[in-house]
Design a protein. Structure first.
Length: 127
């Protein structure tokens, strides 16, 4: 069974890579399109330049960067507030922000309640 070819809004990855950033922005949802139309900040331009140069161990704090076709196939380390989270960028991530994939909060996992936390635990001996 042949693997289905990836398309984004009817365009293949090769076609997307040939588009300029403004042409690609027209395919994005409104929030991302507006971000690109307002101009790309210098911090994001630096990251894009390093990706094009092929930097293998790229660490970044830029979480509000939109994933473009030029970034597909690269691996980045994105800061989540405590540590760097390694992220391999795939075709399915096009148009999303980098920060969406490096979560800043962990799932809360509670253990058993402590002594005195409930009425029934007050009657249990401390031994």
């Amino acid at each position: 069974m042949a693997k289905k070819e990836f398309t984004y809004r009817g365009k293949t990855l090769d076609e997307l890579k040939r588009l300029s950033i403004d042409e690609f922005a027209m395919l994005l949802p409104a929030r991302q399109r507006r971000s690109i139309k307002r101009g790309i900040p210098d911090s994001q331009k630096k990251v894009m330049k390093k990706i094009k140069l092929g930097d293998k161990n790229l660490k970044t704090h830029v979480r509000d960067m939109i994933i473009t076709p030029a970034m597909v196939g690269s691996t980045l380390k994105i800061h989540n507030g405590k540590e760097y989270f390694q992220l391999a960028i795939l075709e399915d991530m096009l148009g999303h922000f980098l920060g969406e994939f490096a979560l800043t909060r962990k799932k809360v996992a509670h253990s058993a309640p402590g002594i005195g936390a409930t009425k029934s635990s007050a009657s249990i001996s401390v031994k």
